[in-house]
Design a protein around this ligand. Structure first.
Ligand code: NDP
Length: 337
């Protein structure tokens, strides 16, 4: 079967691409530059793979041509900005996220009648509410939606809020499109929190490390030696489980019409540091010493999660934090960290 994967150069998408090829799919993937396209082609020389350039996903007709690829049966839409180095939230973040999602769905409805399932990479950002992030009695699940508005995101004065709004409104737009337009396909969304895990080396460099692995680079480079940074949101998942969730959500009939909170559970930076100290004694000089401070859970404990839907419907077994940390650090060291 033939599958379209957008954003094939991304941290998560690189793992999805590997899994799709391993499972025997023919893959068409989009990236925005020839440089990235040639790296992906070179890494998969004998694969059943076509790499197509889509330079700007914020254009309403961005995907009009690629969706006409004959024989497409499923689409995985991962491309969306995940970084905080933007100056204009609307054009650099909200437009590519929201218009990128609606433009691909519109194009599929008009030109890809064979597509039966679309999987959109959403986020825990679309689930969380900031007020509950320090509430130990809260159990986050697929039933929750981020209440932030377009206006809050477009202001751009809080970059995390802008990112969260971009994901929330992109996901809402996808569900609304399917409800209103009754297209030939149904929808599933994958909503991961912070994604850790090994990077696929041909498309990554330390200087341009993906946002969610940045704390590992900081730790390896000694930047938290005198104080561990606050954790942020206390949920995480390994990238290999996220890739698997996408492919299972594409393959399993019963995943249609569902969002999936894909998380292995709670973590805090202190736990990451403890694992690194135990498993990488060579990093002793860069890591915090005994009785280090920072990166703890909130005093009353973190909020909780219900990941039972992804566990049952997608069959995810959840890689442990220790394995994920060890594999992430090993992979970053191979990149030169
Ligand atoms: P990456 O930054 O590695 O990947 C982002 C992908 O989107 C890249 O392929 C990137 O292309 C593409 N992209 C970004 N902006 C644009 C744009 N304006 N036009 C075209 N393509 C664009 O991050 P991840 O792999 O982590 O993110 C992939 C998806 O997962 C995103 O939708 C993100 O929101 C979501 N996600 C990530 C989480 C995480 O912790 N990593 C958590 C929850 C959700 P290029 O390589 O050219 O920059």
């Amino acid at each position: 079967a033939k599958v379209l994967l957008t954003g094939g150069s991304g941290f998560i998408a690189a793992h999805i691409l590997e899994l799709l090829l391993k499972r025997g799919y023919e893959v068409v993937t989009t990236v925005r530059s020839e440089d990235k396209a040639s790296k992906i082609r070179a890494a998969h020389p004998n694969a059943n793979l076509t790499v197509v350039i889509v330079p700007d996903i914020a254009q309403p007709d961005a995907f009009d041509e690629v969706v006409k690829t004959p024989g497409l049966e499923a689409v995985l839409h991962t491309a969306s900005p995940f970084h905080f180095n933007f100056t204009d939230a609307k054009t650099e973040l909200l437009d590519p996220a929201i218009m990128g999602t609606t433009s691909i769905l519109k194009a599929l409805k008009s030109s890809a009648p064979g597509v039966k399932r679309v999987v959109v990479t959403s986020s825990f950002a679309s689930i969380l509410s900031v007020a509950k992030l320090e509430d130990p009695t809260k159990v986050f699940s697929e039933a929750d939606w981020n209440p932030n508005t377009y206006e809050q995101g477009a202001k751009g004065d809080d970059k995390a809020v802008s990112y969260r709004v971009s994901k929330t409104l992109a996901e809402r737009a996808a569900w609304k499109f399917v409800d209103d337009e009754k297209p030939n396909f149904d929808l599933a969304t994958i909503n991961p929190p912070l994604v850790f895990g090994p990077v696929v080396h041909h498309i990554n460099s330390l200087a341009a490390i993906n946002t969610s692995n940045a704390r590992f680079v900081d730790l390896i480079q000694g930047k938290m030696k005198d104080g561990v940074a606050p954790t942020g949101t206390h949920f995480w998942v390994d990238v290999r489980d996220v890739a698997k969730a996408h492919v299972e959500a594409m393959e399993r009939t019963e995943a249609g019409g569902k969002r999936f909170f894909c998380t292995a559970g709670n973590f805090c930076n202190k736990e990451i540091v403890e694992i690194m100290k135990k498993k990488f004694p060579d990093l002793k000089d860069q890591l915090p010493g005994e009785d280090f401070k920072g990166g703890e859970y909130p005093e009353k404990g973190p909020p909780k999660c219900d990941n039972s839907r992804a566990t049952k419907v997608l069959g995810i077994e959840w890689i442990s934090l220790e394995k994920s940390v060890v594999d992430t650090v090993t992979s970053l060291q191979a990149l030169g960290a």
